[in-house]
Write a protein that binds this ligand. Structure first.
Ligand SMILES: Cc1ncc(COP(=O)(O)O)c(C=O)c1O
Ligand SMILES: N[C@@H](CCCC[NH3+])C(=O)O
Length: 427
């Protein structure tokens, strides 16, 4: 069900009109629907419960990088989510949001010693180790703290995720994970280390996947590896298949979460039955975009309409620093006028005030608009705010969470003074 719809000609998020959001909090503003977040998380949780009902046999670790607002993390934590983090900063966010650190997994190719210490001191579930040098560093750090570090290896299964090359992560040429052919040797080394406990296996092949075939191919390869490890008496407690399921931005038709999980558990359950006599090796997921992407929009106000010989521009108060995806990946986001108005539509590029020709948010859109109108950039809940910057000394947008007919300011707009507060003048 869409939580973004027109009522009396005005675009609403749940029961709140977007012009009311702008009146109260200004623009640009990210606006999230709590109901959409709950619904998307529940699609995973419900399917896990249905296909793998045994207690503790599944865990959804929401990928914090996709949207790390504390209120989003708090909500997901209350729904039972764990968290996939990629920095010490993200761990501190999870803690600040009341998340359970024993449900945190730490991914990323460049973990520092300091980040390892922080994570070990909070007893996270495990580190997704991405290289041999990282494994040795983690062992050393754990030894120094008199602790044991639980690890899973992020294995790069060399599967083509068939997505944008910048967000494909499971091919040999990508920087992520340990090469599939080296994984066995790497596990042997890991299990010989003094302060490492080998507990799992992980992979994540890319993002915005529309088809689950590459994920199931990766799953088969991972299961194969777990069997080979078991033959060497290296027995794992969990298998983490990563995130990656895509969303509809334009007319894409991503696989439904339930269909994907039903196919995945058909294979996993048959294997668990055959190899483990049904003992539930835990299955974990790291979804991001499919939980938050379509739960948020970026609200912006048109400042000027500019008509040049070649093009019409709608210059809005949001820019590439707020929503980087179009500039970075030529990503497509729907544009909807907040108040539907009559009149002749024209073709516009929707652009921001930043001094870059790459500062565009949408191109060649047919819009009936006037200066002062509000627009909604759709499907902006994932990798929107988290990838925003202060380029051109622009304060980051406000964030608002809508719950029924209530709006909650969950992040204040940054003021220019906030932006240079950490800087100092020369003596
Ligand atoms: C290690 C890891 N896990 C999970 C995710 C979340 O991916 P998605 O937002 O596509 O579900 C990412 C981002 O692609 C990632 O790098
Ligand atoms: N930032 C990307 C997704 C990156 C996935 C990170 N592993 C996007 O907006 O589509």
């Amino acid at each position: 069900m869409s939580h973004f719809s027109y009522k009396n000609g005005v675009l609403h998020v749940e029961n709140v009109a977007l012009n009311a959001v702008s009146q109260q909090f200004g623009s640009p503003t990210y606006v999230y629907s709590k109901a959409a977040l709950v619904e998307n998380f529940s699609a995973y949780a419900g399917a896990c419960q249905q296909h793998s009902p045994a207690t503790d046999s599944t865990l959804i670790c929401y990928s914090v990088k996709s949207n790390s607002n504390l209120a989003v993390l708090q909500l997901l934590s209350r729904l039972g989510s764990g968290f996939d983090i990629v920095s010490g900063g993200e761990l501190l966010r999870v803690i600040a949001a009341g998340g359970d650190t024993r449900k945190v997994i730490f991914s990323g190719v460049g973990k520092s010693r300091e980040e390892m210490r922080l994570a070990l001191s909070h007893d996270i579930l495990c580190f997704n180790v991405e290289s041999i040098p990282e494994l040795h560093r983690l062992n050393e750090v754990a030894l120094g703290m008199g602790k044991r570090a639980a690890i899973s290896l992020r294995v790069n299964p060399n599967v083509d995720a068939k997505t944008h090359p910048y967000i494909s992560t499971g091919l040999k040429e990508n920087k992520f994970g340990v090469a599939y052919d080296e994984a066995l040797a790497c596990y042997r080394s890991a299990s010989a280390l003094s302060n490492i406990d080998v507990v799992g296996i992980d992979c994540h092949i890319g993002s915005q996947l529309l088809d689950d075939a590459p994920l199931l191919e990766a799953l088969d390869k991972i299961i194969d590896l777990v069997n080979q490890l078991a033959a060497e008496n290296i027995n794992l407690h969990h298998l983490d298949i990563g995130g990656g399921i895509g969303i509809t931005y334009d007319d894409e038709k991503p696989v439904a979460i339930d269909d994907y999980l039903s196919r995945l558990f058909t294979r996993v359950n048959a294997w668990r039955q055959a190899k483990y006599k049904g003992a539930p090796i835990k299955v974990m997921f790291e979804p991001g975009r499919s939980i938050v992407g379509n739960a948020g929009i970026l609200l912006t106000e048109i400042q000027y309409l500019k008509h040049s010989e070649a093009k019409n521009f709608a210059i809005v108060d949001a820019a590439m620093n707020d929503l980087m995806r179009p500039a970075m990946y030529e990503a497509w986001h729907g544009v909807q006028t907040v108040a539907q108005r009559g009149g002749q539509a024209q073709i516009y590029d929707v652009v921001g005030p930043v001094c870059e020709s790459g500062d565009w948010l949408a191109r060649s859109r047919s819009l009936a608009i006037e200066a002062g109108d509000l627009l909604a950039l759709m499907s902006a809940g994932a990798y929107g705010m988290t990838m925003s910057s202060n380029y051109n000394t622009r304060g980051r947008a406000a964030e608002v969470m809508v719950d029924g007919d209530q709006m909650h300011l969950v992040r204040q707009r940054e003021n220019p003074a906030d932006l240079f507060a950490l800087e100092s003048l020369l003596a």
